[in-house]
Every structure is written in C-alpha cells, then in structure tokens.
Design a protein around this ligand. Sequence first.
Ligand code: MG
Length: 203
Amino acid sequence: MKIICIGRNYADHAKEMKSEVPLEPVFFLKPDTALLPKRNPFFIPSFSNDVHHELELVVRINRVGKSIEEKFANRYYNEISVGIDFTARDIQAECKKKGLPWEKAKAFDGSAPVGDFIKLSENQNIQDLEIELKKNNEIVQKVNTEKMLFTVDQIISYVSQYITLKIGDLIFTGTPSGVGPVVIHDQLEAFIGEKKLLKLNIK
Ligand code: MG
C-alpha cells in the first residue's frame, strides 16, 4: 500500500506557512514504513529539532482505480479516520530552500500514524466533518472539512490520473492551520466530531 498526502489544502495553513494557495492539488507520497503500529508511541527522530504535528482527515481506498472521474470518486472509499502527517519542519525548510524533494522531512519511519477507521454513513457528507487535535488536552487544530481547497473527490480524481489507486491505499487530505512542534511527553488526541480515533504519546 501507499500513503498519498496532499499539501496546502486549507488556505489558512498555506498562509501560516507563507506559501501560495495552489491552483491544483499538491501531493507527495509516504512509504508503508511511515505507518505507526497501533498504540506505539511516536519517537521524535534524532535528525530533527522541530517535528510538527499536522492533523489530517484520512480516507482509505477500497477499490482499484485509474483516471477516476470526480463524479464517481465517492465509490472508491467508505472509511475515514484522522492521522498525523508528522513533518520535520527544519529539514523541510532546508529541502525547500534547495529545491529538493521533501521525503527526508515527511516520509521517515512512523511519520504517518492513523487512528481507528469509521464507516462513512450514507447521510454523512465527507465535506462537512469537524476534525480536531488536542495536545495535552488543549485544542490546537480544529476545522470543518468544508474548508478544503480541493475536495476528497477532486483529490482522488486528480491523483488517479498519475497513480493507480489500490485497495488499502490511504489519502491524507491536508492540514488546517495550527501546526506546531511536539516534544517528549506530549500527548496527542485526534477526533472526528465527538469520536476520539487516535491517541498518541510522544517519546
Ligand atoms: Mg500535511
């Protein structure tokens, strides 16, 4: 499986990063080794002094698809969760400055913990969900998915022009504003609505 991540999908996050709002989706990949086994802590990697949390809605692909039309994209998923796109911000800044790829900053081991998946019910609109991240019991990121610049269906349509989607692939749909550093002993909890789907200790 692969993990597809969308960058700059909320205007307020693009702004806090002093990045331009993209005209088409920006995406990059993480390998399966970026997943974090359930209930494992996240260990801050030794190569970074500034690892940030990025709370994101995560969609699990359940059918194989290539060049999917936007109007059919909703047939390719029915389970969602929240995940953290951990980012070594100091390394990313270096890569950006040199015009190099981001993998060192984004794709390292354990950099993509994902919570429990829940079924998207018939009457639920994936573009009208509240996602929220608490750090040490305080809300640090919170947004309604209606604020996405590119909808989940647009993302699936766009990405599948280039890359075949397979069963079990995960899409991290981008982070809202409020990203910030994690330090040892922090505790993260991520929610969709009232449902706590992910709890993570930082070590
Ligand atoms: Mg992200």
